[in-house]
Design a protein around this ligand. Structure first.
Ligand SMILES: Nc1ncnc2c1ncn2[C@@H]1O[C@H](COP(=O)(O)OP(=O)(O)O)[C@@H](O)[C@H]1O
Ligand SMILES: [Mg+2]
Length: 152
């Protein structure tokens, strides 16, 4: 992690970016894409991670009082992967269940952002309240293991 959140290191070590203005969204997208490629995701998966980062960062700009987007390398049973974490200080998502449905937007948007992030990534979790929202999502380089399949 670099000390200056405005100058993310787009490397395999990950980075945390302050996201408050529209041009921060492009930085978040590049940061996430570069990390996904660095950890070994294929082109389509890296593009999916970049799109997820774009949606999370757009929401930080539009709906939160600024926040941070972290992209970090992770390792698990499916090999290496990318973790995206969006964190803000409020006002929170009033109805999270509805916000995760396609077409729901309080801001005149298309309402496809959060459901899109959930589909694009392999794992997705969100916690929200008046004090803020944290969304954590991971995407793995390796294929999903089928139930009952022998372990490698
Ligand atoms: N970080 C956030 N803080 C507060 N509300 C949020 C945040 N992210 C999303 N939301 C809420 O969830 C809704 C759905 O988000 P999303 O699916 O990205 O659609 P859109 O951005 O088009 O409104 C938003 O309209 C907003 O009400
Ligand atoms: Mg959105």
């Amino acid at each position: 992690m670099r000390a200056d959140p405005r100058r993310p290191a787009a490397t395999a070590s990950g980075a945390r970016l302050a996201v408050a203005r529209p041009d921060d969204v492009a930085r978040a997208r590049r940061m996430a894409y570069a990390l996904a490629v660095a950890v070994g995701l294929g082109a389509a998966d890296a593009a999916a991670v970049a799109l997820a980062a774009t949606e999370l960062a757009t929401n930080l700009v539009r709906y939160a009082r600024g926040g941070t987007l972290t992209a970090a390398p992770v390792a698990g049973p499916r090999g290496r992967g990318v973790l995206l974490e969006s964190r803000d200080g409020g006002p929170g998502i009033p109805d999270l269940a509805r916000a995760l449905q396609d077409g729901y937007s309080t801001g005149g948007g298309l309402g496809g952002g959060l459901p899109g992030v959930r589909r694009l990534m392999d794992e997705f979790a969100a916690e929200t309240g008046p004090g803020g929202t944290t969304i954590v999502a991971r995407k793995w380089a390796g294929p999903a293991r089928r139930a009952g399949a022998p372990r490698p």
